[in-house]
Design a protein around this ligand. Structure first.
Ligand SMILES: [Zn+2]
Ligand SMILES: [Zn+2]
Length: 360
């Protein structure tokens, strides 16, 4: 089959790789309908990935149709439309049973393992050889009952590709900071996850939603989801205007840099709640402890367990109350995968999410 493989920094190649085979009685094979590139794949593209060995298939976003299931798969049959969860777990361990597939301790099929990303990172899609990535025509899904979610027929594959990772990550943030009707919500960074954070805030009944990004095309898109927008330099003034200087009840940062995280805490009102779901390259930042203490802030940071969040997102999408597909700005073929990476990298041509057809 065809796939995109990592050959070295900024070297993504359209390649022939072996067809996947069932990983066991609990596995399934999915014929991909659309696959996607996540912002976090850019770290791999730059050679900053957790695994820099060339030759592995990249990506963790795919949706499609089941073509084969093992004898121990109970919930799926060939022909079923599915979302493949970007976070994989065994479905049986302490964490998986509580909905934290991202913290699965199994190590074979499972997420990041005990102790976070130290040491067990092989067992997640597209970060090495253990679980090959999903920018490919077919996918072997281990633990299929735990790692696939049935896609209701009302939901398009284009909406579904946004729900493999971007929408659940935003939903995780919005849920943890408990947006309640009328809350003022600020969102920092309007890539796909920021767009979905605006969508989540709107769905949860936020009052004012104020969102910041440098790029005008991203601000325009967020306005469609219900936000008023500003740049990072003007967002505080806009927020002050909307809240008589009190600040935001809830701030969601999707950028992850020290300056964005610090600004998130500055924008929060006294007693405010801040969620961080961006990738922080350094893995640490200078926490403004005194400000957080004086304001009495809550701070949440985490990675999404997709299956958990989809329980709430899918019914909203099926009912047409949320529109994740609005961020699909481009469509291309897998054979143009390398160009798709550089398009996203350059933030060119108004790109948010590219729906990649694995068959062209
Ligand atoms: Zn991702
Ligand atoms: Zn597990």
């Amino acid at each position: 089959m065809k796939a995109i493989v990592y050959d070295g920094p900024t070297q993504m190649r359209y390649a022939d790789v072996p067809d996947p085979v069932l990983s066991g009685a609990d596995g399934a094979i999915v014929r991909a309908a659309i696959c996607g590139i996540c912002g976090s794949d850019l770290h791999i593209y730059h050679g900053h990935g957790l695994n820099t060995t060339p030759g592995y298939v990249v990506g963790h976003e795919s949706v499609g149709e089941v073509v084969e299931v093992g004898s121990a798969v109970h919930n799926f049959r060939p022909g079923d439309r599915v979302i493949i969860s970007a976070s994989t777990g065994c479905g049986n361990c302490h964490y998986c049973r509580r909905g934290y597939s991202m913290q699965c301790t199994d190590g074979e099929t499972g997420g990041y393992g005990r102790g976070g990303s130290h040491g067990r990172h092989g067992a997640s899609w597209g970060k090495g050889m253990v679980l090959p990535g999903l920018q490919a025509q077919y996918v072997a899904v281990p633990g299929a009952d735990a790692n696939m979610v049935a896609l209701p027929e009302q939901i398009s594959y284009e909406a579904a590709i946004v729900m493999t990772d971007s929408a659940p990550t935003a939903w995780l943030a919005a849920r943890h900071v408990r947006i309640v009707p009328g809350n003022t919500v600020a969102v920092i960074g309007l890539g796909p996850i920021g767009q979905m954070a605006v969508m989540a805030a709107e769905a949860m009944g936020a009052g004012h939603i104020v969102a910041a990004d440098t790029h005008e095309y991203r601000r325009k898109s967020a306005e469609r989801f219900g936000a008023e927008t500003a740049t990072k330099d003007t967002v505080e003034a806009l927020l002050d205007e909307r809240t008589a200087g009190l600040g935001a009840d809830v701030v969601i940062d999707t950028v992850g840099s020290e300056s964005a995280l610090t600004q998130a805490m500055q924008l929060a009102a006294t007693g405010g709640r801040v969620a961080a779901v961006g990738v922080n390259k350094e893995g640490r930042f200078d926490f403004p402890y005194r400000m957080a203490m004086h304001k009495g802030l809550e701070f949440f940071v985490g990675l999404t367990s997709v299956q958990r969040e989809l329980q709430e997102i899918l019914p909203l999408a099926a009912a047409g109350r949320i529109h994740p597909e609005w961020i699909v700005t481009h469509r291309t073929g897998l054979s143009k995968g390398a160009e798709a990476y550089s398009l996203i990298e350059g933030r060119e041509d108004g790109v948010l999410k590219i729906a990649i057809d694995p068959w062209s």
